[in-house]
Write a protein of this length. Structure first.
Length: 356
């Protein structure tokens, strides 16, 4: 990655809260040049730059990455001969809604056999469509415990310390040589990220499946239940029956599925750790609740749907997971109707549950 000591060239797709802080850390370390692809915040950032309020970096006014674009560039058409070392994706995942799909979206910027694709996203099995689309490229996992949100276009509130883990998604079809290239790409990115200094904690992740199932204990439980009930994690813990009747059973079902489907051993004591992961006095709203409150699409398929499907194939009983998944699909339907992705017919003719 990179050459002759030059900074690595990074294309970052999704410069909201998390994406902007990733870009800032990489640029500040001096070992990366970031081109950020913006969508709804493009005009605001072009005019006023980013303004960051960060728990790690303090207040950063009028910040700009190396370059800002409003669409995915084509390495063949826009800058022939200039390849990206990394394409980092920090957008949320909405399978079945996103068009084009994320692999199709980034394809013009990916050089086959060269560009490493980094998915700083939540959930399991997110790598599968990228392996199918880019069989000769390293596909890297990014897991972050950072808390950051774009409160208005170009205004970033970074409120929880940056702890990020970069590793390699295991590929059943990769050769030893391809594996070694992927590991080298992951370690190179960790070095570039860590060059920012002690403000951030970026670490190489040697066991991506374990890390992703471990984080899923929290995301498949607190995230979904918070969106359904409209409650922060402190109020759930105060109302003990929500923990005992929903959160704990969900975590137990994820733990059983991880073992049966992926041979990932999540220790029993991890459940208590995850239940109390958020400081009680913060009244923390998980991201899915924040999206639900704003009428946005919900990122639940890779957090709840995929473990549910894995459980089904592994013959693991997951009644609580199935119940939560059904409710989340209902909330997603509401969001889809709001945004014009679904039109409910005025008559029930031809519908399974239509009629009079």
């Amino acid at each position: 990655m990179g050459s002759l000591g030059k900074p690595v060239r990074v294309l970052l797709v999704g410069s909201g809260g998390i994406g902007t802080m990733v870009a800032y850390a990489l640029e500040t370390g001096g070992q990366a040049e970031v081109t950020a692809v913006l969508r709804s915040n493009y005009d605001a950032v072009q005019e006023n730059y980013f303004h960051i309020y960060s728990v790690d970096h303090g207040e950063v006014a009028h910040w700009y990455p190396t370059k800002v674009l409003n669409s995915i560039p084509s390495v063949d058409k826009d800058s022939p001969g200039a390849h990206y070392d990394y394409v980092i994706v920090t957008t949320k995942n909405f399978p079945g809604i996103q068009e084009p799909s994320l692999p199709e979206l980034i394809a013009p910027a990916v050089t086959p056999g060269y560009t490493a694709i980094v998915l700083i996203q939540n959930g399991i099995n997110i790598e599968r469509p990228f392996f199918a689309k880019f069989p000769t490229n390293p596909i890297l996992s990014g897991i972050t415990f950072m808390g950051a949100a774009e409160t208005s276009p170009g205004i970033i509130n970074h409120y929880n310390h940056d702890r990020t883990f970069i590793g390699v998604f295991p590929s059943p079809s990769a050769s030893k040589y391809q594996e070694s290239l992927a590991i080298a790409a992951a370690r190179c990115l960790v070095d570039a990220y860590s060059a920012c200094g002690s403000q951030v904690d970026c670490t190489y992740d040697p066991d991506v499946p374990y890390s992703r199932w471990r984080k899923l204990l929290y995301n498949a439980s607190y995230n979904g239940v918070a969106a359904i009930l409209g409650m922060d994690t402190s109020r759930m813990r105060f109302a003990e029956h929500i923990i005992d009747g929903l959160i704990r059973p969900l975590m137990q079902e994820i733990r059983a599925t991880a073992k049966a489907a992926a041979n990932v051993d999540l220790k029993e004591e991890l459940i208590e750790t995850m239940i109390t992961a958020d400081n009680y006095d913060k009244f923390f709203k998980p991201s899915m609740l924040q999206d639900a409150e704003k009428g946005r699409f919900l990122e639940f398929e890779n957090l709840v749907g995929e473990p549910l499907r894995e459980a089904g194939m592994a013959k693991v009983e997951t009644p609580t997971l199935k119940f939560v998944y059904s409710l989340l699909k209902g909330l997603q339907f509401k969001a889809m109707e709001k945004h014009g992705h679904v039109v409910v017919p005025k008559t029930g003719e031809g519908l399974k549950y239509g009629g009079c």
